[in-house]
Ligand binder design. Structure first.
Ligand code: EPU
Length: 337
């Protein structure tokens, strides 16, 4: 079923006012395919939304917006691994909790990331020293051109830092399920300083469950809960810079945190924004989160334009001060009314 002129406000975690020309929330693959076929018959554009937690929605989305609500989680033991297949409409954190409840670890560092399972591969979600790609096996999608089934292995997904093939060709495919490959023996990542400190203060033995607990505690302290304060997590990516640029930056911020990346040094954008004095500031109804300035928040009834104006002001300031170009993390979707 498709609803006309549907509000998307409750379907995006920045709570931006936005209207879809048509909206469909299919609960099965057959329903998703029917929605695609109908839109194609009308010549309408298709936009796929997940949990709405990594998008900035402009006021109007023309054509059909599809929010997959396909559910279900299946676990299969396969030697040293457990293969887990989850429907695109399952909430990511619900999947993490379900696996832990079954005694299956591997996703604990990714606990409490907002959004749906179907959206997780699009930006290759990552936190505290691990990215989805390390646990990824394959996914099943529908072609938004003709509704046919398409299988993707990791190579075809072309994962990178907050990046995948899907980011470069948006709305070409609708992901219906994702299969992960999780280790039977614990494979714990506790070296990230926030996590190791939290583990020490919890004084518990390291296990998938205790690491998940530490991750949840750190996230709850640093990041605004999107159910209470509208946000989409990090608004900027951590820039990856070459050795010359790093040396120049170290001249201005000697202790800027860096992380290893195959393409250079990844630096903490939060540190640049903090050093530029943006922490806790606001511009109209858009604000910079005081405990993690990579996160921009909607303080009331902000629009996409207001959120983007704040992001632009931060980008300009960081570029002028440090000669580093920040890139937006969320996708900007739709048009002005
Ligand atoms: N920092 C400051 N001031 C602050 C906060 C942080 O200077 O107020 C500096 C500190 O030096 C800190 C560093 O920034 O050590 C990094 O902060 P944090 O550990 O919070 O990580 P991040 O690099 O800012 C990334 C992800 C987060 C993810 C964390 C933890 C991106 C764009 N963001 O943030 O992901 O939770 O690492 O792994 O890669 C998201 O994408 O929505 C997200 C929240």
């Amino acid at each position: 079923m498709q609803t006309a002129d549907a509000s998307l406000r409750a379907l995006n975690t920045l709570r931006l006012p936005s209207t879809a020309e048509w909206l469909s929330m299919p609960a099965t693959i057959a329903e998703a395919r029917a929605a695609i076929t109908e839109a194609r018959g009308r010549g309408a554009a298709i936009t796929v939304l997940g949990g709405g937690s990594n998008v900035v929605l402009r006021p109007r989305l023309g054509g059909l917006v599809i929010v997959p609500r396909i559910r279900g989680i299946e676990l299969r033991r396969a030697g040293e691994f457990v293969s887990v297949t989850a429907g695109a409409g399952v909430e990511w954190h619900e999947l993490v909790r379900f696996c832990l409840g079954q005694g299956v670890g591997g996703l604990e560092n990714l606990a409490l990331i907002p959004g749906s399972v179907g959206a997780a591969p699009i930006q290759n979600i990552g936190a505290y020293g691990i990215e989805l790609q390390e646990r990824f096996e394959s996914l099943t999608a529908l072609s938004c051109r003709d509704g046919s089934i398409v299988e993707f292995d990791a190579q075809r997904c072309a994962f990178g830092y907050r990046d995948s093939a899907f980011k470069h060709r948006p709305n070409e495919h609708l992901i219906v399920s994702v299969t992960l490959r999780l280790p039977v023996a614990p494979d714990l990542r506790t070296r990230y300083p926030d996590i190791s400190n939290e583990m020490n203060s919890l004084a518990v033995a390291a296990s998938p469950t205790s690491v998940a607990e530490a991750v949840c505690r750190v996230r709850r302290r640093k990041l605004p809960d999107p159910r209470r304060i509208a946000n989409v997590g990090s608004f900027f990516k951590n820039p990856i810079i070459d050795a010359t640029a790093l040396e120049r930056l170290r001249g201005v911020i000697p202790d800027v945190p860096t992380y290893h990346d195959a393409n250079g040094s990844k630096i903490a954008a939060a540190r640049l924004i903090d050093a530029a004095g943006w922490k806790g500031r606001r511009m109209g109804r858009a604000g910079v989160w005081s405990r993690q300035p990579l996160v921009l928040v909607n303080l009331g009834d902000a629009t996409a334009a207001e959120m983007l104006a704040l992001a632009e002001a931060i980008r300009d300031d960081v570029a002028n001060r440090f000669d580093i170009a920040l890139e937006l993390e969320p996708s900007i979707v739709g048009a002005d009314a």
